[in-house]
Design a protein around this ligand. Structure first.
Ligand SMILES: Cc1cc2nc3c(=O)[nH]c(=O)nc-3n(C[C@H](O)[C@H](O)[C@H](O)COP(=O)(O)O)c2cc1C
Length: 337
């Protein structure tokens, strides 16, 4: 059974599934494995800050993409369009030169990316957590949305994913939506498709994959954690972000103190303070990836609840697609409890 749709055909992928971009985690092996498995593999450009590294990676991905049968799998680049991202302009230029086929924008105004991408026919999907942001992106001509809901890994939204997907479909019936947050198996995929999403967009599941190069401790924490172990913190980037409630996370707390809140909200200090918070957060996250480091701050979403093992990306995708088919067949089971 194939769950093809307009979006899968537009993106050139076999299955309605996206490996979501993950800061400090997405890597070349993961993206290639995602493409081989028939899905869209995405990575944040910030994982390859030096221009030469980003350029070399895109050249390698284009070559790999070209070696696959048409419509089998594809890749996308995530650009953080927040004002604090000083790499944006340079990264976008390289992406345009290398003709990146798909962009995911997050955390800000995507206009510059949409204009550049559309100059050569690439597609842009904007991460949104609410209707107001979606309206702005729609007005700028985005090609679709990533509906980032509650419990998603990273900067989770405030609303349930299913509700956000339905709302976006209702307001923008001509735009495809990818559902992000809380999906790590085929049952979750089917429920997203049933709500009107055209694909599931999963990050946390792929942290526990052979190709991700995170420490064994991080993978073990993902496998052992339940959904109640995930907390939201604004201490890493200034924007609420989901992490595993490790002893170190408990120690540093999940909320900014009064002085930090003042500096974050004061128009004069806001920008520079946010940059400092993000620098400290980056330092914490990078240290947490070092094996044996006890100061662990591990980003992950509530879908850890259903993750029981680490395996190759290909097997994760095959299992999710098999479960999607099973879940679809189960719907008509009259003996369901
Ligand atoms: C460790 C980690 C890092 C992430 N980094 C980014 C990022 O750099 N850019 C981005 O747009 N989203 C980022 N996200 C969010 C994912 O792209 C995606 O929206 C999310 O993982 C979906 O929810 P799930 O984890 O429940 O599957 C990150 C998520 C995780 C778990």
């Amino acid at each position: 059974m194939h769950f093809e749709n307009e979006l899968t055909r537009t993106l050139g992928i076999r299955h309605p599934l996206v490996m979501a971009p993950m800061f400090l985690i997405s890597n070349e092996a993961m993206i290639k494995a995602a493409m081989s498995a028939g899905i869209l593999g995405c990575f944040p450009s910030l994982n390859y800050r030096e221009p030469e590294k980003l350029d070399a990676l895109l050249a390698a991905l284009n070559e790999f993409h070209g070696s696959l049968p048409a419509g089998h799998g594809a890749y996308g680049v995530n650009l953080i369009v927040q004002k604090t991202n000083r790499w944006l302009e340079g990264h976008l230029k390289i992406c345009v030169e290398r003709k990146v086929p798909v962009y995911i924008t997050s955390l800000g105004n995507p206009k510059v990316v949409i204009d550049a991408a559309h100059s050569y026919g690439a597609k842009v999907f904007c991460d949104v957590t609410n209707l107001a942001h979606a309206e702005k992106c729609h007005g700028m001509g985005c090609d679709g949305f990533v509906a980032v809901g509650q419990g998603a890994g990273g900067h989770a939204g405030p609303f349930p994913t299913s509700l956000l997907v339905r709302t976006l479909r209702k307001h923008f019936p001509d735009k495809p939506v990818m559902a992000a947050g809380g999906i790590s198996d085929g049952y979750g995929m089917l429920s997203a498709l049933a709500c009107g999403a055209s694909a599931a967009y999963c990050g946390t599941r792929f942290i526990a994959s052979y190709e991700s190069s995170v420490s064994d401790e991080y993978v073990k924490a993902i496998i052992e954690a339940g959904m109640e172990d995930i907390v939201l913190t604004d201490r890493i980037s200034g924007t609420p972000c989901t992490i595993i409630n490790t002893p170190y996370a408990k120690k540093i707390g999940t909320h900014q103190n009064r002085v930090e809140r003042f500096l974050s909200n004061n128009p004069k200090t806001k920008k520079i303070f946010k940059m400092l918070v993000q620098k400290r957060g980056l330092n914490w996250l990078e240290k947490s990836l070092i094996p044996g480091n006890y100061q662990s701050l591990w980003c992950a979403g509530q879908s850890v609840e259903l993750i029981e093992n680490s395996k190759p990306v290909r097997e994760i995708v095959d299992e999710m697609v098999r479960d999607l088919e099973r879940a679809y067949a189960d719907l008509s089971d009259m003996h369901r409890l």
